[in-house]
Structures are given as structure tokens and as C-alpha cells.
Design a protein around this ligand. Structure first.
Ligand code: 2P0
Length: 326
């Protein structure tokens, strides 16, 4: 019998950010988060289990994965093998259509696709909620990439209560994201290390957690009611407050570059002129602009003047996970 499946997952960008864990092993977050899955960036992963013991092989974009990344994949596969009660080795082949390490959260689509392909290959019949819980244990943001459009990852209090679910929104058909690539090089502080350092040393961190949970409720309401302006204001605030918590860590760190500040300023200026646009930033220098489809042309013109047209990527809401047997 073939134990072979393929899954395709799209990455997501958080509008209300996840920053900090209270359980590093299970990846339980300190606060809930809310994201938009994007159509332009995705990962397709094939997993084949072979009924024998041995080392897993992991290939990404036709290249063997480096040892530490491959070990992380194997540890994740151990969780899936445990669910089925087998010790078979796996052959993993993955294609990433996300600029790796550019702050576009490629781990979200990567672990969502891996969770779905591996569980399907072993014949585990997981619900979307169970899949979200499993993907979370690979990378927190992956819990949200199981779903298309808007998704809310509730923090929960233990393994079974920390999962994402989809949100319907009138904003879905009109929202767009413009990604301004400031620097596609690998980031100096990984989000995992950055979160750990912020939780352990930033005196602003407790304030972040208190505020994030409260604002998440407001964000959910804005998304469900279709209030674009409030959603945008809250998204910008969530990003700024998350980055503020890092600035106060010991040693402090900052993902922004001069180009990031320039792009943020352009967004503010366009907004002052009456355009509907807000920015958000993750664990990297790139700026993501949340806007409406009708505003994309104006935004692209304004930003092309400073960063160049080739540094701009556009995205719209993307679909949820798709999985099939091979
Ligand atoms: C987010 N980020 O909500 C936040 C905002 C980056 C900044 O989730 O350690 O790769 O694997 O759970 O999910 C990126 O971190 O971290 C992230 P782990 P993950 O999208």
C-alpha cells in the first residue's frame, strides 16, 4: 500500500500579531492572533513513508535541506508517526514559492503543507481543527495557514484548545496586500529566538500580552463587520507594539531598515491624501501594505519611485489547504 500524499498550503500575514510562547515545545502562544492567507506565496510538499526504519530525507526546491532544518522536520514527523503508531522513515520533497527568510513567514505554509501531506500519507483522518493543532507544533503561524482568507488562532490554554479557525468577512473580495521587499536576505535574529528574548527580557512584554488579547477582540469585530478602516488601524498598531516590545529586549534588536521606514512614511502620506492603506511588518525588514484592490495602482506608482517596481509583490486572499493522495 502506498503511503504517499501531496499538500499545497498558502502563507499568511498576521493583522494581529503572534509574538511569544508560553510553551516552547507545544508552541502555545501567549496571545491569540488573526491573519490573512495570501494567494501569491505557497508551498507544495510530498511525503512518502517507506515501511522500514531509517533516516528521513528532506529536499527543498531540489536541494537537500541543511542538517538543523532537516532535524526540525524529522522531529515534527515523529509527532505524526506517533499519532499512527509507526516508525517508518519518510521521504519529503517540497517546493517553496515564498522567498525564504524574507520575513514572509515561509514556515507557515511549509509546516501547514507538511502536516497535511504527512497525516494524509499515513491515512490519519484529521479534521481541519486537528490539522491546525498539528501544524502549530511545527510553527505557530502554520496553524493559521490551514484556512483560506481570514483566520483567527485562539491562544487556548493547552494543546487541544490552541487552534485556528476561519472567519467570514465582507472585506474578503476587496482586500489586497502589497509586499514591499526591502531586503530578501536571511534575517539576523530568527523569530523563534526573537520571541524567546522578548518574553524573557523585555519589560514591555507583559503590556504587549495584555493589550494584544484585548485588541484581538476588536480586530475580530472589525473583520467580521467589514470595517476596513478600523481593521487597518488595529493592524498597524499591532505591528508597532510588537516591534516596540523587541526594542526593549536585552540585548535589543530591530528588524527595520531605512527602506522600511521610508515605505511606512509613504503609506502615511498616501493615507493623509485620502487613500485607504495601512502597513504591517513581521520579523524582517519588508513592509506589507494592507489596502483595497482599487488602490493598488496608486500605491504601486508611489512606492516604485523609492524602492523600484521589481521590489513590489501583490497578493489577494488565498485558499485553504488542498491535500491529495499520490
Ligand atoms: C505572526 N510571526 O503572527 C508573527 C508576527 C512573525 C511576526 O508567526 O517559532 O515562524 O515557528 O512558532 O510562526 C513568525 O514566527 O514562529 C510569526 P514559530 P513563526 O505571523
Amino acid at each position: 500500500m502506498a503511503h504517499h500524499a501531496r499538500a499545497k498550503a498558502h502563507t499568511n500575514i498576521a493583522l494581529s500579531k503572534y509574538w511569544g510562547k508560553r510553551d516552547n515545545d507545544l508552541i502555545l502562544p501567549m496571545n491569540g492572533s488573526l491573519s490573512l492567507t495570501l494567494d501569491a506565496f505557497h508551498t507544495t510538499t510530498e511525503v512518502r513513508f517507506v515501511e522500514e526504519r531509517g533516516a528521513d530525507t528532506v529536499v527543498l526546491n531540489d536541494q537537500p535541506l541543511d542538517a538543523s532544518a532537516a532535524a526540525k522536520v524529522s522531529r515534527f514527523l515523529d509527532r505524526v508517526r506517533e499519532l499512527k503508531g509507526v516508525d517508518w522513515r519518510a521521504e519529503v520533497r517540497s517546493y517553496n514559492e515564498v522567498p525564504t527568510g524574507a520575513g514572509l513567514a515561509s514556515s507557515a505554509s511549509a509546516f501547514a503543507a507538511l502536516a497535511a501531506a504527512a497525516s494524509q500519507a499515513l491515512g490519519l483522518k484529521l479534521s481541519e481543527r486537528e490539522l491546525s493543532i498539528l501544524a502549530r507544533k511545527g510553527s505557530g503561524s502554520a496553524s493559521r495557514s490551514i484556512f483560506g482568507g481570514f483566520a483567527l488562532w485562539q491562544a487556548g490554554h493547552d494543546d487541544q484548545s490552541s487552534y485556528a479557525y476561519p472567519l467570514q468577512s465582507p472585506l474578503h473580495d476587496d482586500i489586497a496586500m502589497l509586499v514591499v521587499v526591502i531586503n530578501a536576505a536571511h534575517k539576523p535574529v530568527s523569530s523563534r529566538e526573537g520571541m524567546r528574548r522578548t518574553v524573557e527580557t523585555s519589560p514591555y512584554y507583559p503590556a504587549w500580552v495584555d493589550d494584544a488579547e484585548q485588541r484581538l477582540g476588536e480586530m475580530k469585530q472589525a473583520v467580521v463587520e467589514g470595517d476596513f478602516t478600523r481593521m487597518g488601524e488595529l493592524a498597524e498598531m499591532s505591528a508597532m507594539r510588537m516591534h516596540a516590545s523587541m526594542l526593549a529586549a536585552e540585548p535589543p534588536f530591530c528588524y527595520w531598515e531605512s527602506g522600511s521606514l521610508q515605505a511606512m512614511q509613504t503609506v502615511r502620506e498616501l493615507r493623509a491624501q485620502g487613500h485607504q492603506c495601512y502597513f504591517t511588518m513581521d520579523a524582517g525588514p519588508n513592509v506589507k501594505i494592507i489596502t483595497r484592490t482599487s488602490e493598488l495602482a496608486v500605491l504601486k506608482r508611489a512606492l516604485a519611485a523609492t524602492v523600484g517596481e521589481q521590489a513590489l509583490l501583490t497578493a489577494r486572499p488565498g485558499p485553504g489547504i488542498v491535500v491529495e493522495n499520490c
